[in-house]
Design a protein around this ligand. Structure first.
Ligand code: ADP
Ligand code: MG
Length: 728
């Protein structure tokens, strides 16, 4: 048994990386090689089909069935030339992952043979029997059908031998069963609402897009070593393991030189990503040993979300090819940093303006302040909901655990922007220097220095920080589908912008000039949303107290945090924006609670199994050896002398006895707690029981296991240790 650990460690150590080769082609030539992008559409589609498809993509026009046939034919021709034999509708069910069911192009030809075919109707719509996807009770098994429908705004791509068609997934009764459908609705809502507000400043704006740049953090562990850790394999994290003597305290890993074996993995991953049209740009070592980050350049939100989902599966595959296991879990190791997925989010117009970017003229700056303040108002009003959007059983280990980010959503603006908002708040003069002039506003808005764009001051503890021309939502988990956070954020901002327009228009109807009406409303908003602004240390205990006083959501229990989705103001917001109905929200919460319960249930089982079947037997075996030794010493040197010389061994014998007794007692109690929680039928109550009575046992049991790791003979310990997981 104990051999396994040494064998896998030895094997890992003997893996010699080959030299890292440069890709055979230049990256710009590889870019989007596996994507049916505009250039390929142009090449493979007849002109009318091309024009129609571009209209669908750019303007959301409906896709004509006849056109669909010629689009499908062109697509198939391209795909076949690329060696593709199958196609799949690729969608994002509520499991948090992606789903695909591959079909080959083959159809009977009615002459006893087969032919390869790909018709427009199968491109546009499919009916997967999807009864085993989570649906929160929306679909009963007798009406198990759901359907997937093509999202033409996200291009079709090739993975291995399969043509992947990004789709939404909805039930036959029309409710969304995935992340993409509500995301597309949220993006439409923010587009409509933002256009209206943009037009105060520039009547020519026709479209507002949300942009998203995702920084993906992850750990790499040797595959063989990870394979000897049942907890990593089954739960994605280590449920036990004493900290290594050295971890991140020297801060020598962050931005350090990338180990060669990892470098090979990164290169391969980047080539595959670029071929799929994912503009990967930044890679570096992260803070913790074995932790890395990959960030593509920002893209339109819907595409960035899809690309992140593709990237996560690519990472898993490429890691396996390199003898690694990639850990996307938010907290795989205790005592060192966990992983997040910073979501850099902004809004931009078809006229090329980033709406959270300061401008050069007073009018542009007023627009900038308008959008920043409305974003703050949205985050303020829905801070609890935003927290719910990033909450999960796995991300719960990061939030509030004295690590980025705290379990309270607040926003950091930096000194310059803060003082600007203060200036607007306290200003009394509404006149504005003639638009186009480069002077500051006469109403005391200082000119915004260019330097702000370089986002000079940073606060890493803030979950929602302004960083120059965008906000960075840092609370999102490394494993999550970022759509969940983007649905809430974009809908909340849409709702807020609609409100803003109403408020401004109301003042204008009373005769106030537009500029002055905008400023009046902004001043009111700046005052109102002050509680969300926080520039201090988000990890401190004082902040927890202060946030409570400010009325921010401070709940830390995962199942209770989900309640925010069903608060009246949340339901109203989603329904009004046409993003989700109450029924959909209720169903999704059922899924969230159920998933939470299952994850804790699996962890409890694995922890119980490891404790009882691995740890205790090893500890007792070692203890018996010590006891045996003491007896033998007594035999040769008499009791008194032997006991005096064995004082330390006797202490360890006792320690092992106490700790193993504690562990088995508490595992039994945990199993009992699980049994009684399992009797609860209502998902919410069950999740709460799992949180309060099952998950709450983990730390204590682990504590004693980790202490045993320190006393038991290293050669007998079967589970690879932290130093082996993190430093090989
Ligand atoms: P950091 O300093 O925060 O680690 P990185 O350069 O690693 O920054 O990542 C920043 C991410 O933000 C990149 O994906 C980048 O493309 C993206 N980004 C930059 N500007 C914007 C913007 N206006 N809107 C959305 N994302 C942006
Ligand atoms: Mg960042």
């Amino acid at each position: 048994m104990s051999e396994t650990r040494f064998k896998v460690v030895e094997k890992a150590l003997s893996k010699k990386p080959s030299t890292v080769k440069a890709p055979e082609e230049r990256m710009d030539r590889l870019y989007a090689k596996h994507v049916f992008d505009r250039e390929k559409m142009f090449r493979y589609l007849p002109k009318d089909a091309y024009d129609a498809l571009v209209d669908v993509i750019d303007n959301g026009a409906p896709l004509d069935r006849c056109i669909a046939n010629s689009v499908a034919a062109g697509m198939k021709q391209w795909a076949t030339e690329m060696g593709v034999t199958h196609y799949t509708h690729w969608f994002q069910p509520l499991t948090g992952g992606t789903a695909e069911k591959h079909e080959s192009f083959i159809e009977y030809n009615r002459k006893g043979g087969v032919l390869e075919e790909f018709e427009g109707k199968v491109l546009i719509q499919q009916e997967p029997d999807a009864s085993s996807f989570p649906n929160g009770g929306i679909r009963n098994t007798f009406e198990a059908r759901g359907y997937t429908a093509w999202d033409a705004s996200s291009p079709v791509f090739i993975m291995d031998d399969t043509l992947c068609i990004p789709t939404i997934f909805i039930s036959y009764t029309g409710e969304s069963l995935d992340y993409k459908a509500p995301l597309l609705r949220a993006l439409r809502a923010v587009d409509m609402a933002a256009i209206d507000v943009c037009r105060y400043f520039d009547p020519s704006v026709k479209k507002v897009k949300a942009f998203l740049g995702i920084e993906q953090e992850y750990f790499l562990v040797d595959e063989g070593i990870a394979g000897a850790r049942p907890d990593l394999l089954l739960t994605g994290r280590t449920l036990m393991g004493h900290e290594a003597a050295k971890n991140q305290q020297l801060e020598d890993h962050y931005f350090g030189s990338i180990p060669q074996r990892v470098m090979e993995f990164m290169k391969d991953l980047e080539i595959r990503a670029v071929e799929l049209g994912i503009p990967v740009k930044t890679r570096h070592n992260e803070v913790a040993p074995g932790q890395f980050e990959l960030a593509p350049i920002y893209e339109e939100c819907n595409l960035a979300v899809d690309h992140n989902m593709i990237l996560m599966s690519l990472m898993r595959n490429v890691a396996a090819e390199h003898g690694f296991r990639v850990l996307l879990h938010e907290k795989p190791f205790k005592g060192i940093n966990g992983s997040g997925k910073h979501c850099n989010w902004s809004l931009g117009t078809d006229t090329g303006v980033l709406l959270f970017g300061p401008g050069k003229t007073p009018i542009e700056n007023l627009r900038f302040i308008t959008f920043v303040v409305n974003a703050l108002m949205a985050v303020y009003h829905h801070n609890g909901l935003l927290k719910a959007s990033i909450m999960s059983a796995t991300n719960a280990h990061r939030l509030g655990a004295n690590e980025a980010p705290p379990a309270i959503i607040s926003s950091f603006l930096g000194k310059q922007l803060s003082s600007m908002l203060d200036a607007v708040e306290n200003s009394t003069d509404d006149s504005i220097a003639g638009s186009g002039e480069k002077r500051g506003l006469s109403m005391d808005i200082p000119q915004i220095p260019e330097i702000m764009i370089d986002n000079t001051d940073r606060n890493r503890t803030s979950p929602f920080a302004f960083t120059g021309n965008r906000f960075e939502f840092r609370a999102v988990g490394s494993e999550a589908n970022t759509a969940a956070a983007m649905i809430v954020l974009n809908t909340a901002v849409a709702e807020q912008l609609v409100q803003f327009k109403q408020d401004v228009d109301a003042l204008m109807a009373e005769g106030q000039a537009q500029q002055s009406a905008i400023l009046t409303v902004l001043r009111k908003y700046i005052k109102e949303c002050k509680p969300i602004r926080f520039e201090g240390n988000g990890y401190s205990d004082e902040w927890k107290e202060e946030a409570l006083k400010r009325g921010l959501d401070c709940e830390t229990s995962c199942p209770l945090i989900f309640d925010a989705y069903l608060k009246p103001e949340s339901v109203r917001m989603f329904e009004k924006a046409g993003v989700m109905t109450r029924k959909e929200l209720e169903a999704r919460n059922e899924v969230k609670w159920e998933t939470y319960t299952k994850k804790i249930q699996i962890e409890a089982r694995v922890l119980g199994d490891l404790a009882i079947n691995h740890i205790i037997p090893i500890a007792i075996e070692y203890q018996s050896k010590l006891i045996d030794n003491v007896y033998k010493l007594i035999a040769i040197m008499g009791e008194e002398k032997a006991k005096a010389l064995s004082a330390e061994n006797l202490r360890v014998i006792e320690e092992i006895a106490e700790r193993t007794a504690f562990i088995s007692e508490h595992v039994t109690a945990m199993v009992e707690a699980r049994k009684s929680a399992n009797k609860i039928t209502e998902e919410r109550a069950k999740a709460i029981a799992y949180h309060d009575t099952v998950a709450s046992c983990f730390d204590e049991i682990r504590y004693h296991i980790d202490k045993l790791e320190l006393v038991v003979d290293d050669r007998m310990w079967t589970l690879p240790k932290y130093r082996e997981l993190l430093y090989i």
